[in-house]
Each structure stands twice: as structure tokens, then as C-alpha cells.
Design a protein. Structure first.
Length: 356
């Protein structure tokens, strides 16, 4: 049973902008749900409608079966942590966390107790009397998180919560947020434009573009079986061979790409195997070798154009004779061997029929 439901929700700003376009989406209780999409696709607007900071132009937002139309933000069992954190600069950490509770009229002793618990939760006990400007970016983020959690919402909304943090801290904080969500048993709805972040944290992801949801699925499903070219290209790296289906037998097909190369492919459940088609293959599903592998079903040769050694992985760009670039990644599970490929070498890229 859905806990949060957007039903045919549209939000227009003036006559020009449709930020959210007839969108229907269900989120379950205790889910770690991520809204992912490029800047301007309507993520923040969708979150703000759930928080009660914007009203839909049409459609409804439901929580636990209740229509939220006309329910003001403070009456919703939902709290939002804003992109900018929006901490009060002249107030201590403690007072920032206590602010919403005071406004609610909670007794003083109870506020003190709650604030202490929140400080402990986000590991800021020693910083209670500091002002926001005396904290690091990561600590400020945790204050904002503690403040948003202090009122014990059933749903926590986080708009780009880690955007201001550097890479290392961001990755650590991703795991902290996941632990926290588990521990508190809350429903988290998080907005991000960062696909790695979404893949790391989400139970399910909704990929958005231009005010619409294109696919809702687990990270693995989205990565392995994207339902559209947009989703395939937005999540991770991918090679797409555009061509025509020339023969189809059961679950196998042959596809001829623009340059006349033919590939044998296995048709997955997402495949639409008629006429023109795009064969999409992730870089790690491709092999790169100096010679054409004897047993290769699908292989093309080209010139090694770029090599990026990343420690755990090596990324290759192979330039085909018609100028197209194919991206290949290999795992460096062993030490680099002497006959490693180098720039401008001729090489073969090959893949199995079920790689796409
Ligand atoms: P995202 O969070 O995915 O970057 P937003 O929800 O912020 O996207 O914005 C979606 C679209 O709606 C954008 O084109 C943006 O300019 C527009 N928009 C958002 N808020 C307003 C507003 N208050 N007034 C006018 N246009 C807005
Ligand atoms: Mg936004």
C-alpha cells in the first residue's frame, strides 16, 4: 500500500513553465526514495508540494491515504531539509535544533532532552554552543539534519543534502544517512542530480526529465534494464549502436549498425525489436584485446584513442574507423602486464550477445 502518492500532479508557474507535468508516483513506508534528474526537471518543485510549500496546479498529493490539499506545512507529518540548510546564523547549534520545537510549544524540559538526543544522533554533542559559522560544511549539514529530525516527522525530505560537501565527506555522509534512516525507520525522500549518489543510497529511484517520471525502479534495474534512451544515458556510461534489426528468431536477433557492422544480440524484456533500434552496451560489458578473440561473436576493430588508468579500473576509448568512439572499462584485478595496450595501438572490442 503506497504511503505517499502523487496523483496526476501538475505544477505550472505562469503560462510558460510546467515544472511538474501530470506526474503519478507512489512511495512506500520506510523507503529510501531518490528523485534523480538533471537540473530544472522539477525535483525540488515535487518535493516542495509534498512538504506543503507549493500547491499543485492540478492533481492531488496523498499521505497515508489522506489528501493533503490545503494542509499547511507545519500540520503535515513531513519535514524538509533545504538545499542551503537555512540555519539561523546568530543562534547556537542547540538553539537551531530547538527552534521548531519551541514554536510548537513543547515544554522546556522536553525540548532539552530532545535536543540532547538529536545532538548525539548526529555526533555533535561537543558543538552544542557553537554558531554555524564556527562549524565545517559537514557539521552544518548535520545540524540541519538534526533540526529536521527533531520534530519526529514520519517523512524526511532532503533537497540535495550533500551538494555542498567535498567528495570524500559526501561519500561518508551517504552511508551515515542510510544508517540513520534504518535506525529511525523513517521514510526518506531525497532529491539529487548526482547519479552515483542515487545509486549508492536508494531503495528505489525515480528518474525524472522535463517534469515527468521516466522510470521508477531499484538502482540495479535502472542500471541493467533502463526503459528509455534518456535513462540509459543519464545513469552511468553507455555505448549506443544505432541500426536496423535485420533478422529476428525467437529471443535472438541480428542488428546492422550504421557502418554496416552486424551484431548478434539476445533480446531482453525491454527490447523493442522492430525496424530501427539502438543497441546499448555498458563499458564494463565489453572486452578490449589486441587480437580478435577466436570465439568472439561480436567484434569490431579500431584504434586506442585514450587510456585513463584509475587504479581500480582502466578506461579506454577506442576510435572506430568511421570515427565513432567506444567506451570500454576493465577491472585491474591483477598488476598491469607488460604487453598492456597503449595509445594508437590497433585493438578489438568484443561483447557477448547478452551484453546489451
Ligand atoms: P530541479 O530541482 O529539478 O532543478 P525545479 O523544481 O527547481 O527543478 O524547477 C523546475 C522548473 O520550474 C524550472 O524550469 C524552474 O525554473 C521552474 N521554477 C521553479 N520554481 C519556480 C518559481 N517559484 N517560479 C517560476 N518558475 C519556477
Ligand atoms: Mg532543485
Amino acid at each position: 500500500k503506497p504511503f505517499i502518492r502523487f496523483e496526476n500532479v501538475t505544477k505550472s508557474f505562469g503560462s510558460q513553465t510546467t515544472a511538474v507535468d501530470d506526474l503519478t508516483l507512489s512511495i512506500y513506508e520506510r523507503e529510501f526514495f531518490v528523485l534523480l534528474g538533471p537540473s530544472g526537471c522539477g525535483k525540488t518543485t515535487l518535493l516542495r508540494m509534498l512538504g506543503g510549500f507549493e500547491q499543485p496546479t492540478s492533481g492531488r498529493v496523498l499521505l497515508d491515504g489522506q489528501d493533503l490539499s490545503g494542509v499547511p506545512p507545519y500540520r503535515r507529518p513531513v519535514n524538509m531539509m533545504f538545499q542551503s540548510y537555512a540555519l539561523f546564523p546568530h543562534m547556537s547549534v542547540e538553539k537551531n535544533i530547538a527552534f521548531g520545537l519551541k514554536q510548537e510549544g513543547m515544554p522546556k524540559a522536553q525540548i532539552g532532552e530532545r535536543v540532547q538526543r538529536m545532538l548525539k544522533l548526529v555526533k555533535l554533542e561537543k558543538y552544542a554552543s557553537r554558531k554555524p559559522h564556527q562549524l565545517s560544511g559537514g557539521q552544518r549539514q548535520r545540524v540541519a539534519l538534526a533540526r529536521a529530525l527533531a520534530k519526529r516527522p514520519k517523512v524526511l525530505l532532503l533537497d540535495e543534502p550533500l551538494g555542498a560537501l567535498d567528495k570524500k565527506l559526501r561519500e561518508e555522509t551517504q552511508f551515515e544517512l542510510m544508517d540513520l534512516q534504518q535506525e529511525l525507520g523513517l521514510t526518506f525522500v531525497i532529491v539529487t542530480h548526482d547519479q552515483d549518489e542515487a545509486m549508492t543510497m536508494a531503495d528505489r529511484i525515480a528518474v525524472m526529465d522535463a517534469g515527468k517520471v521516466l522510470q521508477v525502479a531499484t538502482p540495479a534495474e535502472i542500471y541493467e534494464a533502463p526503459n528509455s534512451r534518456f535513462v540509459a544515458e543519464f545513469i552511468g556510461n553507455i555505448n549506443i549502436f544505432d541500426g536496423q534489426i535485420v533478422e529476428k528468431t525467437g529471443s535472438a536477433a541480428r542488428i546492422r549498425d550504421k557502418s554496416g557492422t552486424e551484431f548478434q544480440i539476445a533480446l531482453g524484456s525491454n527490447a523493442q525489436a522492430d525496424g530501427s533500434a539502438g543497441l546499448a552496451v555498458r563499458p564494463e560489458k565489453l572486452q578490449i584485446t589486441r587480437e580478435r578473440p577466436a570465439d568472439a561473436v561480436n567484434a569490431i576493430d579500431g584504434e586506442v584513442w585514450d587510456i585513463a588508468y584509475m587504479g581500480d579500473l582502466t578506461l579506454y576509448n577506442l576510435k572506430l574507423d568511421d570515427g565513432r568512439i567506444i567506451k570500454i572499462s576493465t577491472i585491474n584485478s591483477r598488476r598491469r602486464v607488460e604487453d598492456a595496450l597503449t595509445w594508437h595501438d590497433r585493438a578489438w572490442v568484443s561483447f557477448a550477445p547478452d551484453a546489451g
